[in-house]
Design a protein. Structure first.
Length: 416
């Protein structure tokens, strides 16, 4: 994929705070056993519409990697007069910066066909991240695991619907689904499966099922453990979270296995942890922890039965899709009121764009003759990762001056 700076902030990766019992206040509207919640996909992020306190329409990212719900913009809570119980601090992704959040109670969240009453949610005291810059659309908050804990939930990536079922109507037909037992740790779902990075030797993994991650996978390991890194690995930013960028590596793996399903030659993200903290990325049986994101999950129809610790997968029309590759080396960020202006925020120094003279901070005005103002972040990404050998003509603005650059898309990391 183009080097969009994927945001796996997500709260499950930062901390865990018990708010026991709150999900029981999720209810399907009276008289119904099923609710259908539409969502939009923007660059791998799953976004739903909801109303806060029954009045304020907002957009929230659906994140099974988080066990809590977070409001990013404190001003919305202040406008509605939401009361705060107390303040607490969480650690940022840089493991150094402490970030202040406010805890509320008794908040109502209204989704299509579902009402969550008397909810405890977290509110950022100061806005630390603008997810819209990296997704290309407005995002006001993060909806955590409570919806999945309360109901049976089907994710249909073909129709872009979350279908919520009352548990009383289960079971129904499961033809074509493969069943997996997941482990519940701190309110989140993990699958024990395998990955082959370089050789024929498989690595045991414990994958966090994370719909809040707009990527394929992240594999975590100790700094001294080179076995998790593929050939032709390249350093860079693999994500963006509260408190800063997440530094790591990108590279291609031989194979990812999910039971009977295998995905070959797929790009992944690799995060190496200081050796002194290495135990945090290993389970008791020495499986490595990792993240399984939407670029894998979207290839299936997904059914989650949290109470039985079951997840069911059935291949859909996207199952055999290739993952778009980073062929330019450009990391894009959207900005402006309409999120339709684009800036080079990150640039790989081995890439064709860098060799042509493109610099971080350049505002992209035109790509192959098309004004970027009339494009979307996803459209820009598609152009910059379309196929090897494609000519790219950029017009950028740098320090008030327009400049032109020309290069060809390539798998530049193979030239090392």
């Amino acid at each position: 994929m183009v080097r969009l700076l994927f945001c796996w902030l997500l709260l499950g990766g930062l901390f865990h705070m018990e708010m026991k019992g709150q999900y029981v206040n999720y209810a399907i509207d009276e008289g119904a056993k099923v609710a259908v919640i539409p969502f939009e996909m923007h660059n791998g992020f799953m976004i739903v519409d909801l109303k806060l306190e029954g009045t304020l329409g907002l957009k929230f990212l659906v994140d099974t990697g988080s066990d809590n719900t977070l409001l990013i913009h404190r001003e919305f809570a202040d406008i509605l007069g939401i009361k705060y119980l107390r303040q607490m601090y969480i650690m940022g992704v840089d493991k150094k910066q402490l970030i202040s959040v406010l805890i509320t109670e008794g908040v109502e969240l209204k989704l299509p066909g579902v009402t969550a009453s008397k909810q405890n949610i977290l509110v950022l005291e100061e806005q630390m991240i603008e997810l819209g810059k990296y997704s290309g659309t407005k995002i006001d908050g993060i909806l955590g695991m409570d919806l999945f804990k309360r109901f049976l939930v089907k994710i249909n990536y073909e129709t872009n619907h979350l279908i919520v079922y009352d548990r009383e109507i289960f079971p129904f037909k499961l033809e074509g689904y493969e069943a997996y037992d997941f482990l519940e740790e701190k309110g989140k779902m993990y699958l024990d499966e395998k990955v082959v990075v370089n050789s024929s030797k498989s690595v045991e993994m414990r994958w966090l099922i994370d719909t809040g991650a707009a990527l394929t996978v992240v594999i975590q390991g100790a700094e001294s453990d080179s076995t998790i890194l593929p050939v032709n690995v390249r350093p860079g930013n693999i994500g963006r979270g509260l408190g800063g960028f997440i530094l790591g590596y990108k590279g291609r793996m031989k194979e990812i296995s999910l039971g009977e399903y295998q995905f070959a030659d797929m790009e992944g993200n690799f995060q190496q942890i200081e050796d002194s903290l290495a135990t945090s990325v290993l389970t008791e049986n020495h499986r490595r922890y990792g993240i399984l994101g939407n670029q894998i999950l979207r290839r299936f129809e997904v059914l989650v039965d949290y109470h039985k610790n079951k997840i069911y997968l059935k291949p859909n029309e996207y199952f055999s899709d290739s993952v778009r590759e980073d062929l330019s080396g450009i990391g894009l960020m959207a900005y402006g009121l309409g999120l339709n202006r684009f800036r080079v925020e990150d640039l790989d120094t081995l890439s064709p764009a860098y060799r042509a003279g493109v610099q971080a901070g350049d505002e992209i005005l035109r790509v192959n003759g098309k004004q970027s103002f009339f494009s979307s972040l996803q459209g820009m990404m598609g152009t910059l990762s379309s196929k090897v050998g494609k000519n790219i003509n950029l017009i950028v603005r740098r320090n008030g001056e327009k400049m032109k650059f020309r290069f060809k898309l390539e798998r530049y990391w193979e030239n090392e």
